[in-house]
Design a protein around this ligand. Structure first.
Ligand code: PGA
Length: 252
């Protein structure tokens, strides 16, 4: 099912106090939002704050995500987090293949694929991030790069698993320079067609990510192609994050 999903990726930001302020502050501003079964609002704090976050959203319609996980169940993998550990704290979503993981920590398409497989097996919902660098875009390789990212991550499935895809052009992440509505729509509709061709269904939520903020969210929310947003910087400010959620909710 295509859901409207607004997810806040806090990255390596936060503290105990900030976790409470962001979550309580967001919830307070969204008290009158109608959470029908089509809307998901997700907080994605650093691992260490997940227990606090999970506690705060207990018995609410908000969901918790993780920023990463490892593809093994347990064992000698110092510093890694296993899927069952996330499930232990009611985590529903896990961001996989974020461009910062790919580019700063050297995660390959193959590693992302292993993580996607494991997450699906463990009934976590991957938020699979795909996107091109500025150089790749300027060389006209945008779709080739994204197709390869999709193919490697999803070719291991015969049927479409429960998954969310986030199109995040690398040049738009954390730069303040978001893609235009047209750029985002063009890539997202290609992703949807690719999914339809491969799996015979296009019932998948595809989000846009990269410098989404109150000043530009209307661009994305007004598009029929775009099912929601993966928000970085603006998700740390409850007043901004709440506006982003409300803009998607209000698009009718
Ligand atoms: P940004 O980050 O909104 O700060 O650009 C988006 C993301 O990395 O998911």
């Amino acid at each position: 099912m295509r859901k409207t999903i607004v997810a806040g990726n806090w990255k390596m930001n936060g503290s105990t106090l900030m976790t409470k302020k962001i979550i309580i502050g967001t919830m307070a501003r969204l008290w009158d939002v109608d959470f029908n079964e089509n809307l998901e609002v997700v907080f994605i704090p650093p691992f260490i704050y997940i227990p606090i976050a999970s506690d705060l959203v207990k018995d609410s319609r908000y969901e918790i995500g993780a920023q990463n996980m490892y593809f093994e169940d347990k064992g000698a993998f110092t510093g890694e987090i296993a899927p069952d550990m996330l499930k232990d704290f009611d985590v529903k979503y896990v961001v996989l293949g974020h461009s910062e993981r790919r580019h700063i920590f050297g995660e390959s398409n193959e590693m992302v694929a292993k993580k996607v497989k494991k997450a699906v097996e463990k009934e976590l919902v991957p938020i699979l991030c795909v996107g091109e660098t500025l150089e790749e875009r300027e060389e006209g390789k945008t779709w080739d790069v994204i197709r390869e990212q999709l193919e490697t991550a999803l070719s291991q499935f015969d049927t479409l698993p429960e998954i969310v895809i986030a199109y995040e052009p690398v040049w738009a992440i954390g730069t303040g320079k978001a893609a235009t509505k047209e750029d985002a729509e063009e890539v997202i509709s290609k992703i949807r067609s690719w999914i339809k061709e491969k799996f015979g269904t296009d019932e998948v939520s595809i989000l846009y990510g990269g410098s989404v903020k109150p000043a530009n969210v209307e661009n994305f929310a007004s598009s029929q192609e775009i099912d929601g947003a993966l928000v970085g910087g603006a998700s740390l400010k409850p007043e901004d994050f709440a506006i982003i959620v409300k803009t998607f909710v209000g698009r009718g």
